[in-house]
Design a protein around this ligand. Sequence first.
Ligand code: ASP
Length: 231
Amino acid sequence: MQHDASLMCGVRRAAGAVAALTGIRSPILAARAVMDSSEHVLLVGPDATDFAARCGLEQRPPAWFVTAGRQRQLDRALDLERVVRDHDLYEEEDDAPMDKGTVGAVALDRDGHLAAATSTGGMTAKLPGRVGDSALIGAGTWALDTTCAVSATGHGEAFIRHHVAGRVSDLVELAGLGLEAACARVLAELPPESGGLIAVDARGQLCLPMNCGGMYRAWMRTDGERGTAIW
Ligand code: ASP
């Protein structure tokens, strides 16, 4: 089980990421440690794991990350020789399909600062060593105070090829598009069923679009308004 995670602060382009990380309970904390405690942006593989352990992050043995439902899903994917998203190939006997998968978050704070974070186990039945968009600043994660914060989920190779998170921000900054129009344009450029993204801009406008069947999402505003949606 290899995890990818990244986060970015829009105020000073601070960013941290880890890829092909193993045995660290919360990969996003490892990404945070890279941002806060090194001069680098991205660490990978066993060296990233060693770094996270040296930073005092909790470690877990491989079996701790395995659930019966996910194991069955992996077996099905391997039988079919397919690489699938975390909620594909689920059957009724398995755990709830999307409650343990990729997690993304975007936020605007009271001082007008934006931030984005993404954490994932990646695509199911991926090759060992494969790195997805969730570890890549500009592909799966991006934040800039003057434009927006974006976190993506879905078929990582498509999100990398289309430079999704950074492109949404560029369209806001350089083409003058509103957040919704920028997200719609980038999603329309992706192959169908690629996935979705969550985004918030510097004025607090939210956009949570996808080009696939469903994406668990939730939001909360300082005035108490909150909501959830799947389809
Ligand atoms: N984007 C992730 C990856 O390709 C997977 C996901 O979001 O479910 O690794």
